[in-house]
Design a protein around this ligand. Structure first.
Ligand SMILES: C[S@@+](CC[C@H](N)C(=O)[O-])C[C@H]1O[C@@H](n2cnc3c(N)ncnc32)[C@H](O)[C@@H]1O
Length: 231
């Protein structure tokens, strides 16, 4: 068994694997394994199925900073079927939302929304919204205060522009923003993913953000890079 250390109250690293304290005991959300540490049930965070999980595994010096605080307000654009979101919920809300957190989860796909609504029933604090990340005017009213933590994982062209607009509109001063970027989703003319990543880094700097770390997810999530910024 590996050496254990905590990244936060809910997130534990055991050797090379990452675990979150399960806010819904006995429930495995996506087939991940469950295991007790000191009598408390945890869920294994699979870094090959979650860009945030991969970033936690790969970060060199911001591993302790990437996660949102417990009880914070978060906005997640491109929540998918809720794989990463469920672990964020363990951290931000806990069982029965004892920590009074709030995670607004936006996705364009009705199929994803169906899964997110199902998850929200057993994970209070989650607010699923069917919406297009590019069109805040249709769902932005649901985000009543600025958020502490913004995460984006929408695999479609123009990811940096969508993220910059969302951060300018919704991220609190001093907030944290995480952009998961899929190189292959961008329109490119064969120049290679490194050039795409460099271009996006420059866009983020030009928009006035500080890049705290650019984390290459190669090997866990190929063609992906995660930018962790502050404003
Ligand atoms: C890679 S998946 C997300 C996986 C999820 N973040 C996770 O780690 O569990 C990308 C998601 O972005 C959604 N998406 C794509 N374009 C979008 C847009 N413009 N607005 C909102 N969601 C979008 C897709 O429907 C899809 O569910």
């Amino acid at each position: 068994m590996g050496r254990k250390r905590r990244l936060s109250w809910a997130v534990l690293v055991d050797g090379r694997s990452i675990w979150t304290r399960n806010a819904c005991p006995k429930v495995s959300q996506y087939g991940e394994s469950l295991r007790r540490f000191q009598g408390v049930e945890h869920r294994r965070w699979d870094p090959t199925r979650s860009k945030l999980g991969a970033a936690l595994a790969r970060a060199r010096h911001t591993q302790y900073d990437l996660l949102p605080d417990e009880g914070s307000t978060c906005l997640y654009l491109g929540a998918g079927h809720g794989t990463s979101l469920s672990h964020i919920h363990d951290q931000v809300c806990g069982t029965d939302n004892q920590l009074a957190g709030r995670i607004i989860a936006v996705d364009l796909s009705p199929r994803c929304l169906r899964d997110l609504i199902h998850m929200a029933k057993i994970r209070p604090g989650l607010v699923p919204i069917l919406g297009d990340a590019r069109k805040f005017s249709t769902w932005g009213v649901m985000v009543s205060t600025k958020v502490d933590w913004l995460f984006q994982d929408v695999s479609q062209a123009g990811q940096a522009e969508i993220f910059i607009d969302a951060a300018n509109r919704f991220l609190k001063p001093g907030g944290k923003g995480l952009l998961s970027l899929k190189a292959a989703s961008e329109r490119w003319s064969g120049e290679g993913e490194r050039v795409v990543f460099e271009g996006v880094a420059q866009q983020l700097l030009d928009a006035g953000f500080t890049i705290e770390e650019q984390i290459n997810l190669h090997g866990l999530e190929d063609n992906h890079c995660l930018f962790y910024i502050t404003n």
